[in-house]
Design a protein around this ligand. Structure first.
Ligand code: SF4
Length: 70
């Protein structure tokens, strides 16, 4: 479901291993820093219509570094 409920994303850079899966899945929300390749969060409260792809990003993160609250 991707209704109109607000969603909130948090990332744990201490866990991130720089795989980049999240950046490929939701480039509007995630990026990687140039120095270490660790995740950078562009939008902590992304539009609800991104929810399906955000769930996918959570599932694809090999480090369990992404948390989605909705
Ligand atoms: S998918 Fe996970 S481990 Fe990979 S860059 Fe994103 S937060 Fe880091």
């Amino acid at each position: 479901m991707s209704g109109g409920q607000p969603v909130r994303i948090t990332v744990d850079r201490d866990r991130c291993c720089g795989s980049g899966n999240c950046v490929v899945t939701v480039p509007e929300v995630f990026d990687q820093d140039d120095a270490e390749g660790l995740v950078v969060l562009h939008q902590p409260e992304p539009p609800p219509e991104y929810a399906d792809r955000l769930r996918e990003a959570v599932d694809l993160c090999p480090a369990g570094a992404i948390r989605l609250d909705e």
